[in-house]
Ligand binder design. Structure first.
Ligand SMILES: *Cc1c(COP(=O)(O)O)cnc(C)c1O
Length: 395
């Protein structure tokens, strides 16, 4: 019996996919972004569930992720968004992954790999318009066109770019990126490159710019039931597929003044019960991305939080749902154990609690239980501590 697990409701996921397709331009298609293990939900299970309801295209960051999907039976388009390395290309070509090209130097070599295999590869060109990450710049397009003219094994299927600030209130940067994308695609056309597909939208741009849906929209965040930022809420009828649960594995009544956890930052204010759950920051619990203030109000909030902590008041402490009531975490979250102050409410060893666990940082080893029609029908467990030791480097 697992002490901590995550229930993934595939009906909610499918609902979110259908909400997206309902609002999609009729000529566009939804490419499900299932990178990073589908943001923690489980890439294989998510892709299989979406393919069953008609999703025809998937995107991942790495070749390795794409190969897993293909091996597990995904038949649709699998686009690798990130850069890939020559040693990955033979497998990628054989598995018919679509590779993103964002470097002129890789083109001839990829063509050679395809010739050796007597195969072709579908590629998509990434254009850099303001993300500052990967992609061709306007000044490189001429050389790109010349190089592609000599590499018949590469089929240029698409051209795309990625927005840096689509989820932000100020839209001017996004508009500039789009303008840049349009002038770059016109330049490519002049140079004789006419990719079949164009796509630019992530979740935020999909919601804000129906006129930019083009041939695909690349959607991750909305599928997993989140909005890309404040100000988008309520635009779709999203459901949350994710519930993280743990159970009480230790329970004690303690007197007033009992100190809890590292640094004793928490002491009980009255007689109470302390419950231990087997989850901690090694599981991703209590971890959040570094928060960058977006203006003075945010900055003030950070100051107040830190100031309060100096006086032993923890404003950002996680709260846990126990039998329909929220209870606070007592003290610091540990590596794999966390203490809850559950008060005097009736509860027992083995009781389930719901925990706020961020999807993208949840440890992949935590058991995932997949639900459909309200029933759990499959599980995923990765064994702890299992690894193969390479002897290649031993003396
Ligand atoms: C992650 C990613 C997406 C999906 O973005 P969401 O905002 O999660 O929908 C789309 N395109 C690229 C290139 C990405 O890396």
């Amino acid at each position: 019996m697992a002490g901590t697990w995550i229930e993934v409701d595939l009906d909610a996921l499918v609902n979110n996919y259908q909400e997206v397709t309902k609002h999609l331009h009729p000529e566009s298609r939804c490419m499900a972004v299932v990178k990073a293990d589908a943001y923690g939900l489980g890439a294989v299970e998510v892709a299989l569930a979406l393919e069953q309801v008609g999703c025809e295209a998937f995107a991942v960051t790495k070749v390795e992720e794409g190969l897993i999907l293909r091996m597990q039976g995904i038949k649709g388009i699998i686009l690798v968004l990130g850069p890939s390395a020559p040693e990955e290309w033979p497998e990628a070509v054989k598995a018919e992954l679509q590779l993103t090209i964002s470097e002129i130097s890789s083109i001839a070599e990829l063509n050679k790999v395809c010739s050796d295999l007597n195969k072709e590869v579908s590629v998509q060109l990434k254009l850099e318009t303001g993300m500052g990450r990967t992609g061709f710049r306007l000044s490189e397009l001429e050389e790109l066109a010349l190089t592609l003219a000599d590499t018949p094994r590469l089929k240029v299927m698409g051209v795309y770019t990625h927005f840096a600030r689509a989820a932000q209130r100020d839209k001017s940067y996004t508009l500039e990126q789009y303008e840049q994308f349009k002038s770059m695609t016109s330049r490519l056309e002049e140079l004789g490159i006419n990719p079949i597909w164009q796509h630019v939208c992530n979740s935020a741009a999909f919601l804000d710019y129906p006129e930019w849906h083009h041939d695909f929209v690349r959607i991750g965040t909305l599928l997993i039931g989140h909005y890309p930022g404040p100000g988008f809420g309520g635009k779709l009828n999203l459901r949350d597929p994710w519930t993280a649960k743990s159970r009480i594995v230790h329970l004690r009544e303690v007197p007033k003044g009992t100190c809890v956890g590292y640094q004793s930052i928490y002491c009980t204010k009255s007689a109470t019960q302390l419950a231990v759950i087997p989850v901690g920051y090694a599981d991703g619990f209590g971890l959040a991305p570094h928060f960058v203030p977006q203006g003075w109000l945010d900055f003030l909030k950070i100051i107040i939080k830190n100031f309060a902590a100096l006086f032993g008041i923890y404003l950002s402490q996680e709260r846990i749902d126990l039998n329909g009531r929220t209870v606070p975490v007592a003290g610091k979250i540990g590596m794999q154990l966390t203490v809850l102050d559950v008060g005097m409410q009736e509860c027992s060893l083995g009781d389930e609690v719901r925990i706020p666990l961020r999807r993208t940082v949840a440890n992949p080893r935590i058991q995932r239980k997949y639900k459909q029609n309200g029933r759990i029908f499959s599980e995923r467990i990765l064994e702890e501590g299992v690894s193969r030791v390479s002897t290649e480097y031993s003396r």
